[in-house]
Design a protein around this ligand. Structure first.
Ligand SMILES: N[C@@H](CCC(=O)N[C@@H](CS)C(=O)NCC(=O)O)C(=O)O
Length: 202
């Protein structure tokens, strides 16, 4: 299978982490959707990445669907709890929280790319405030735990890590490590994993 993406997309990075953690063989093809010759719109009607093309040419999108599909391919490890409805909900909620941070950070970035006179300050503020609230929620939920959910790595950790990497990339002025030392500690521990080394080097 082939994963289409770019190295700056946080949604792609989340999916990459899932595939790497589960050792799912795939080709990763950098294919910015807006560049001439991109095959993204041909395979994903939404024209977005990540898009995962299966060997039978089925295209899987968007990132939560890819993550769920990939997780169902093997049990090593199980990243989305299978039988415990509450634990499963919490992992998916972590993913929604992390994706929401990414969504808001993308909005802020898009606004900031406009000429100063065309930037919507309200839109920037509203989305930055949402990110701040989401980080408080994440910090409270994590507490002193080693993992976001349960006693092992899950999709929750990979999604949150992707969101934080994206904040470091696009909002380096946001000092989330000082504001939330427990997130900082958790992040530096998870950053030691091979999967994280791989995506951080991309
Ligand atoms: N909810 C989608 C969001 C995907 C998304 O918006 N990806 C961006 C890149 S970060 C994209 O492909 N945008 C289209 C473009 O750049 O033209 C997901 O989780 O996969």
């Amino acid at each position: 299978m082939i994963l289409l993406g770019t190295n700056t997309s946080p949604y792609v990075r989340k999916v990459r982490l899932v595939m790497l953690e589960k050792h799912i063989a795939h080709d990763y093809l950098v294919d910015p959707p807006r560049e001439p010759g991109s095959q993204v719109a041909r395979v994903n009607p939404l024209g977005r990445i990540p898009a995962l093309i299966l060997d039978n040419e089925t295209c899987v999108f968007d990132s939560p669907v890819i993550a769920e599909y990939a997780d169902a391919l093997n049990d090593t490890p199980i990243l989305i709890p299978r039988n415990d409805a509450l634990a499963r909900m919490r992992v998916k909620r972590w993913e929604a929280l992390a994706d929401g941070i990414m969504d808001s950070a993308v909005v802020v970035r898009t606004e900031r790319m406009r000429d100063a006179e065309h930037q919507l300050a309200d839109n920037i503020d509203r989305n930055n405030e949402a990110i701040s609230r989401a980080l408080v929620f994440a910090s409270d939920q994590l507490g002193r735990n080693e993992w976001c959910e349960g006693s092992a790595i899950t999709l929750a950790d990979l999604a949150l890590a992707s969101a934080l990497i994206y904040l470091d990339l696009r909002q380096p002025e946001r000092d989330w490590r000082s504001a939330h030392p427990n997130l900082a500690k958790w992040f530096s521990r998870i950053s030691e994993r091979n999967s994280m080394h791989t995506v951080l080097a991309e």
